[in-house]
Write a protein that binds this ligand. Structure first.
Ligand SMILES: *Cc1c(COP(=O)(O)O)cnc(C)c1O
Length: 395
């Protein structure tokens, strides 16, 4: 029997599908504070422990380790600070190159630049929305030179030190393949897991593969501390160094106030951590709701031809941080009409980030062919993703 004929979508079909799932106006990703947030924050104010020392910071770090299974967590004041710390600790220096996807939030590239290093842009595959390992492997084979256990860009002569795998919209990158490339080309694997708390690759939480991983707890992420982040690592020495560097380079001592490097004031405050502890308690529930929302979208868009709801990659469990509608290549002309109609209907919809290699500051950086990245920019539409939206699903 032939499958039921799929009908080419109209913009009105897309809005109807959104309306069927959402029932009412919806932002892109809004936080939910329905747990112990008020109670824990009040306790900070009542006791005076509001700043960068306090029991909630310690507890938040312990709870992050328990949830992710990564041995050490060092809380920071945002995810960008966590990435900056990670790059410094992985030995990235002035005029080194670091491979990053061009399809990412600007913070990934900025953190590299803060070190005086240069982003080297890699293309993204549609299956995972993250770095295309096969294409990168072929590219490095032709464009990188290995000398005494170090990797160099054959064109620029600069060292290529590290690769940052970013888990786009919560969908895990192909970590085994990227790890293989890093092993082969002597690169340090770093995970920008800012979007992927609650996302698993082969049954293990993201953040386990890189020598270090960065989390973010910005207001639009799956859980928030207002602003916040964390460095994750399984290496005790790195954990000690990360704490030292993010804590102004202070020498641990019962009373002496002494610093032995130019460190950073990148610590998370107890107030922010208090919110984070309450949010982490609700994370399993948020993840369940986000999955229910994704399932509802998937069903609502399954009958349309030319557009689909993007589902988690094989062998992965995604947190579905930002939901994605993916246009077929022959339907990209509809993107802006859909964006306009969805926003007019009260449903926040956005294109994905303008690829970083196209931004003025980064146009001169080395890159491989980025045709898939450029294509994906035309095809991706982010749609409402807040966990509380699952409460309104009627079907
Ligand atoms: C959110 C995010 C960060 C960190 O952002 P902060 O706002 O500094 O916490 C880094 N990389 C990616 C990919 C992100 O989405």
């Amino acid at each position: 029997m032939a499958a039921a004929a799929l009908k080419n979508f109209t913009v009105e079909d897309v809005i109807t599908a959104l309306r069927n799932v959402l029932n009412q106006p919806a932002g892109l990703h809004e936080p939910t504070f329905s747990g112990n947030e008020w109670k824990y924050v009040k306790e900070c104010l009542d006791t005076g422990w509001v700043s960068s020392v306090g029991s909630y910071v310690d507890r938040f770090e312990k709870d992050l380790c328990a949830f992710t299974g990564v041995r050490y967590a060092i809380a920071t004041n945002n995810g960008t600070a966590a990435l900056h710390t990670i790059l410094l600790l992985s030995g990235v220096k002035q005029d080194d190159e670091v491979i990053i996807p061009s399809l990412t939030f600007i913070a990934t590239a900025n953190a590299v630049t803060y070190c005086g290093a240069i982003p080297h842009f890699a293309d993204t595959e549609e299956a995972t929305l993250s770095i295309d390992p096969e294409k990168l492997s072929r590219y490095l084979q032709e464009n990188a030179v290995l000398k005494n256990g170090a990797c160099f860009n054959a064109k620029t002569g600069r060292p290529i030190k590290a690769l940052i795998a970013m888990h786009t919209f919560g969908h895990p990158a192909d970590l085994n393949a990227l790890q293989g490339i890093c092993d082969r080309f002597c690169l340090t694997l770093i995970e920008d897991a800012a979007e992927s708390i609650g996302s698993y690759y082969n049954g293990r939480h993201t953040g386990h593969w890189g020598q270090m991983a960065a989390l973010s707890f910005n207001g639009n992420k799956v859980i928030t501390t207002g602003g916040g982040g964390a460095v994750l690592t399984n290496d005790e020495n790195i954990a000690v160094a990360a704490r030292h560097l993010t804590d102004t380079g202070k020498v641990p001592h019962p009373w002496l106030r002494e610093h032995d490097v130019v460190g950073f004031n990148y610590r998370l405050t107890n107030l922010n951590a208090a919110v984070g502890c309450a949010q982490l308690e609700q994370l399993p529930l948020f993840l369940q709701k986000k999955r229910a929302l994704a399932d509802a979208y998937n069903a609502a868009f399954s009958g349309l031809h030319g557009i689909k709801f993007f589902q988690e990659p094989q062998h992965c469990q995604s947190n579905y941080w930002l939901n994605v509608l993916m246009l077929d290549s022959d339907h990209i002309a509809y993107r802006d009409d859909i964006l306009k109609a969805a926003n007019n209907a009260g449903f926040r919809a956005q294109p994905t980030w303008t690829p970083v290699h196209r931004l003025t500051m980064y146009q001169g950086c080395p890159r491989m062919d980025l045709s898939h990245t450029n294509g994906l920019f035309e095809k991706i539409i982010n749609i409402p993703s807040s966990p509380h939206l699952a409460d309104k699903i009627t079907t």
